[in-house]
Design a protein around this ligand. Structure first.
Ligand code: MSP
Length: 670
């Protein structure tokens, strides 16, 4: 992002078979933060979100609820529309795929693609997962014909259809990924898309005849369109169609268009969507600027799912703790682009540490000193010493880091750098000690406090994309007006005259912006907020598998786990092992029973939650890291696990911790 290039950011449009949850809130908050950052830069900015309402999944869900699909979609879509403002998300538009403006556009797109010769009629006979609304190849399925994502049996579909000539775009897409590395991000996900495309693209079935809940195919109303053809088009239909001025302004090449998506739907956005656009006659310069895939969130190390009953309600969190607390935690705690874990405990700890102790205390202390020595007015500047010169240099470095990170969509890095500024100011106030200079040199005290007030005013701007309410509340206490971005003015860079603190102006110290939660309050909040713990612990098949699930996720920031003594670490018997046999456990989808050689006379039996990622055969011969002295765990019916393997990643995409060849089974890791 740079200059005054118009900026268009989108979220996926959410299926109306679910309510807003932490996963969908995460993308939507991230998009809103990027929207706000672009506004700060003075760019014309537009954010789109909405709902995806057609398709077999929704038709069936509506039927279950005894409603027409339209009535059902109306109700759920409204729930999404109401939820986002509660998280301080201010999208400029909310698109529904059942709106006439969308339907007309999609039919227009279809006609263009058809006129260009990229659609033909035929019939298919293939596996389909209704959960994904996607065909699956045999290779992708788990034993028992299960969809690897939904763990449910796929359906065999045989129908007449229109095919889209996706195969015609294979070379062009591969060339595109090479030419435009920013098109597909983060880089770590590019390979999976590239290898999918280079392994050969099949033509794609883009219409259905066996149900009616979809957009009719122009000129052949026996067919409705494939829901992904319909859904992906929302990004353009919401701009008003091909010839609209909004499209001319915000869509490339005149604007920058960024699609934020979850990693599960990256393929649709980086293979199908550009191919549809190219087929409609759009040149490469008209493709989206960036498709950015974020990772998946787990809750307390567990996959989020209704059946686990650990779905966390973002609206409730925002209501109880304030939207900004949730926004800040999600954006800061999870490396944008990677999988991450959410826990209420970590949320409250981070609130206390970063917002309460770091930023909140700084503001309180500074305003307190201004009240004490300067009657709550902005003191006058005097002369900089080396301390101020060094501070200004250090802050400029962090600010530049934050700016680059926002531009590169590294939201967590941007916030880390921004909070580093608050830490720098805390160090500065301790070193400069304005309370003690006050005894001998009041102008020096004024200079120190003015310096901090000025940087706090800047911080309120830099924090606004993530925590808009608190940033404005901070400004109020500093005697400044709420932040109003101005097109053409880069407020992030700092503008002469903007936020200038005038000596003598009144400050408005108020109650603490971020009162910290003590132990008792934390306990009370946890009881109020945490969903009742599920039955997992009591039913063996749902018990946390014996793979280190808390390592699934990004390593928690140092502050999240209390330090332990070396002696405590030394109690863990970590050993190199080799898997010598592996088999599924009947009726337990997630578990594999392994025999692992850990240098003992016979291999150990270890039961591990690896089945969603690995077929048993893939594991035999793998070098693993075993926690060898974990108390045995009984999974029922005589199935006992004698150890645990280290792994990271969500349960359907685990990476095993390993040791290099040459490390003998049984070798200790220390
Ligand atoms: N309707 C499609 C998107 C069409 S876009 C043209 C869809 N909808 S969805 O409601 O199922 O999912 C929306 C988004 O939520 C996806 O990006 C998905 O990755 C994201 N998430 C769902 N669960 C999630 C987590 N547990 N964590 C993070 N994001 C998750 O797919």
């Amino acid at each position: 992002m740079s200059g005054a290039l118009p900026f268009y950011v989108t979220t996926p449009i959410y299926y109306v078979n679910d309510v807003p949850h932490l996963g969908t809130a995460y993308t939507t908050i991230a998009a809103d933060a990027l929207r706000r950052y672009a506004l700060l830069q003075g760019r014309p900015t537009r954010m789109l979100t909405g709902t995806d309402e057609h398709g077999l999944k929704i038709e069936r869900k509506a039927e279950e609820e005894g409603l027409t699909p339209q009535a059902f979609a109306d109700r759920v879509s409204q729930g999404f529309r109401d939820a986002w403002p509660e998280l301080r998300v201010e999208a400029d538009d909310f698109i529904r795929t059942t709106e006439p403006r969308h339907v007309e556009f999609v039919q227009d797109l279809w006609r263009r693609i058809e006129a260009n010769g990229f659609l033909y009629q035929g019939a298919y006979d293939a596996w389909y997962c209704v959960g994904c609304e996607s065909f699956k190849t045999e290779k992708e399925l788990l034993p028992g014909n299960l969809c690897p994502l939904h763990q449910k049996p796929v359906e065999r579909l045989q129908e007449d259809t229109y095919f889209f000539k996706l195969s015609a775009f294979q070379d062009q897409l591969l060339a595109l990924y090479e030419k435009r590395p920013d098109f597909l991000r983060p880089e770590s996900r590019a390979n999976e898309v590239k290898s999918f495309v280079s392994s050969g693209l099949q033509d794609l079935s883009v219409s259905r005849t066996s149900f009616k809940w979809g957009i009719p195919v122009p000129g052949n109303d026996k067919h409705v369109m494939y829901v992904w053809f319909d859904a992906l088009s929302n990004y353009l239909s919401a701009l008003g169609g091909f010839d609209s001025p909004e499209l001319g302004k915000f869509w490339p090449p005149r604007g920058e268009a960024v699609h934020l998506v979850g990693k599960d739907i990256l393929r649709f956005h980086t293979v199908f969507w550009p191919a549809f656009l190219l087929a409609a006659g759009y040149g490469e310069e008209h493709l989206p600027s960036t498709v950015f895939a974020h990772g998946f969130l787990t809750v307390d190390g567990q996959k989020m799912s209704k059946s686990l009953r650990n779905a966390v309600d973002p609206r409730k969190l925002a209501k109880t703790l304030g939207a900004d607390t949730l926004r800040y935690h999600l954006l800061r705690a999870i490396a944008f682009g990677q999988d991450g874990d959410f826990s209420h405990e970590a949320l409250l700890e981070r609130y206390n540490a970063d917002l309460g102790k770091n930023l909140g205390n700084l503001l309180q202390r500074t305003l307190g000193l201004c009240a004490k020595f300067f009657a709550s007015t902005v003191p006058a500047l005097a002369v900089d010493t080396d301390l101020e010169t060094q501070l200004a240099r250090d802050i400029a470095l962090e600010r530049d880091k934050a700016r680059v990170a926002w531009t590169r969509l590294e939201l967590h890095v941007a916030l880390e750098a921004t909070f580093a500024i608050s830490s720098l100011l805390n160090q500065y106030i301790d070193r400069a000690a304005p309370w003690s200079t006050a005894k001998t040199d009041l102008p020096r005290t004024g200079h120190i406090l003015h310096t901090i007030l000025r940087e706090l005013a800047q911080l309120s701007v830099w924090l606004w994309p993530a925590i808009p309410d608190k940033a404005d509340a901070m400004r109020t206490q500093l005697g400044l007006s709420p932040l109003v971005p101005r097109e053409g003015t880069d407020l992030f860079a700092g503008v002469d005259g903007f936020d200038a603190l005038t000596a003598g102006n009144a400050l408005s110290p108020g109650s603490p912006l971020f009162p910290t939660y003590d132990r008792e309050r934390t306990e009370a909040l946890l009881t109020e907020l945490k969903p009742p713990t599920e039955t997992a612990a009591t039913t063996p098949e749902e018990a946390p598998p014996t793979v280190r699930r808390d390592a699934v996720v990004e390593p928690p920031a140092a502050a999240e786990l209390a330090p332990i003594a070396y002696e405590d670490f030394a109690k863990v018997d970590l050993r190199a092992g080799v898997v010598t046999a592996a088999e599924r456990v009947p009726k337990k989808d997630k578990l594999l029973k392994l025999a692992v050689d850990v240098g003992e006379p016979t291999p150990r039996q270890i039961v591990a939650g690896l089945a969603l990622t690995f077929a048993p055969d893939e594991l035999v011969g793998r070098r693993v890291i075993v926690v060898a002295n974990l108390a045995p765990r009984d999974f029922g019916k005589g199935l006992v696990s004698h150890g645990m393997l280290l792994a990271s990643g969500p349960s359907e995409a685990l990476h095993l911790g390993t040791v290099p060849e040459g490390v003998a089974p049984g070798s200790k890791l220390k």
